[in-house]
Design a protein around this ligand. Structure first.
Ligand code: ATP
Length: 268
């Protein structure tokens, strides 16, 4: 992605900014075909995300992070509770595995949501070019997914999630399958994109390090059935340098605090 574009330095989200997402007393259970309950995935989940905020959710494997995100995306039904997304557009979602269509070029993959909506070829071209530029994929516009690295495929997924300009971006471990160095590069690039586009982002990760690098706030979940056990403000100024911020003692103090919370959450 285009690292040369300067990050303008976003103003912190105002304390009284409107809520883009509100989740109250959310409960989700999965049932088997006979209707007997099999898994209580999440229970009494409560959180708010303000417009323009970047919030990460961390928690142990199987605690219900993906389930909560899928409910926000409208891909899964809740059992009870309230979920409110205040937006004129449905949320966009980026999954852990880059979900690129192998028979389409990079440009066609990015354009896919627009072509589904019948946007004219000319308008598609203009918008796709902007997104290819933003994600550093311009020279790979005509390449096919099998010609790309894992990190580049994930950039295609990110570009596609931004192409039709949804307000809310839901990201489910988008960099989880990547090596450390590629991951750090994509984190820096995602921060740059977020600085420039002002999206509201909910980002799931297993990595405490990643959460503290990216987020305004980190929500910590308990083991399954997951519930939010802490809501921590991440005080680092913006724009952030993902390497330099590791020199800051506060980064390691917060890392310790989140790990203590994760270790202290009893299995249910
Ligand atoms: N479609 C489904 N049917 C039955 N059980 C499910 C279904 N989807 C998820 N679950 C169960 O719900 C629980 C929460 O799963 P979920 O994928 O939300 O966890 P997670 O925190 O995202 O895990 P991970 O970090 O390992 O991806 C798990 O026990 C899982 O087995």
């Amino acid at each position: 992605m285009n690292m040369a574009v300067s990050q303008t330095g976003r103003n912190p989200v105002a304390a009284n900014a409107a809520a883009a997402i509100e989740v109250r007393h959310l409960v989700k259970a999965f049932y088997d075909a006979s209707g007997d309950r099999i898994t209580l995935a999440a229970t009494d989940v409560n959180f708010t995300v303000k417009r323009g905020e970047f919030v990460c959710i961390v928690g142990p494997s199987g605690c219900g992070k993906t389930t909560v995100l899928r409910i926000l995306a409208g891909l899964e039904q809740k059992l009870s509770g309230e979920v409110r997304i205040d937006s004129t557009t449905p949320p966009a979602m980026v999954f852990q595995e880059a979900s690129v269509l192998p028979w389409l070029t990079v440009a066609q993959n990015v354009a896919f949501p627009l072509s589904l909506r019948g946007v004219s070829a000319e308008k598609q071209r203009g918008r796709v070019n902007e997104l290819l530029e933003l994600t550093g994929l311009t020279e790979f516009a005509s390449a096919y997914p099998h010609q790309l690295s894992g990190g580049m495929k994930q950039r295609v997924s990110v570009a596609r999630s931004l192409v039709d300009d949804r307000d809310v971006l839901l990201m489910d471990e988008p960099f989880g399958a990547l090596d450390e160095q590629t991951r750090l590069t994509l984190q820096q690039e995602l921060l740059g994109i977020w600085e420039r586009t002002g999206k509201t982002v909910v980002f799931i990760t297993h990595s405490v390090d990643e959460a503290l690098t990216l987020a305004d706030r980190v929500l910590v979940m308990s083991p399954r059935p997951g519930t939010i056990v802490a809501d921590l403000a991440v005080p680092f100024e913006r724009p952030r340098d993902v390497v330099e911020m590791r020199r800051d003692k506060r980064f390691w103090d917060l890392t310790y605090e989140v790990w203590r919370l994760l270790a202290a959450s009893p299995e249910h």
